[in-house]
Design a protein around this ligand. Structure first.
Ligand code: ZN
Length: 152
């Protein structure tokens, strides 16, 4: 696990050189105004989304006022799309960057009776796969359509 326990590597990552989050851009399911959207079949929850800020920045205070406004529009757009598709009881949002210093937002739809009911998500302890056979592919297609049709 990468992180700040290796100060030289951490500084290299912070500087944006060979940032693995920057390199994830071609894998995006959608490109939004200020960010791109990553999902995968091995994600920790059904309907999980990782929203990545569109340039190498680390903290929320590193983005300009205009970028922050655009990022919030993207966050709201993704949240509404995931909620409409997956019909969770509640959406959870997390911003950490402790292992990858590139600003990104985790979206965790929460469900009645989910593995972490009554407490925060622990992605490392999540049972995988979270999706039933074929379910991820359906989510991916519906999310793509929803994000393409909800352009501001
Ligand atoms: Zn980066």
């Amino acid at each position: 696990m990468n992180g700040w326990s290796d100060p030289a590597e951490w500084e290299r990552q912070r500087g944006g050189a060979d940032c693995r989050v920057c390199r994830s851009k071609p894998d995006a399911v959608a490109h939004l105004e200020a960010s791109w959207v990553l999902i995968g079949p091995d994600d920790p929850m059904r309907g999980y989304v990782c929203l990545v800020f569109g340039r190498h920045a680390i903290e929320l205070h590193d983005v300009t006022e205009a970028e922050g406004t655009a990022l919030m529009r993207d966050i709201r757009r993704v949240s509404a799309a995931v909620a409409a598709i997956m019909e969770p009881v509640k959406m959870n949002y997390e911003v950490h960057g402790n292992t990858a210093p590139h600003l990104h937002v985790h979206f965790f739809p929460r469900y009645l009776g989910d593995q972490f009911e009554g407490r925060p998500i622990n992605p490392r302890a999540a049972r995988r796969p979270a999706y039933a056979p074929g379910e991820f592919e359906r989510f991916r297609e519906r999310l793509k359509v929803a994000l393409e049709s909800s352009a501001a």
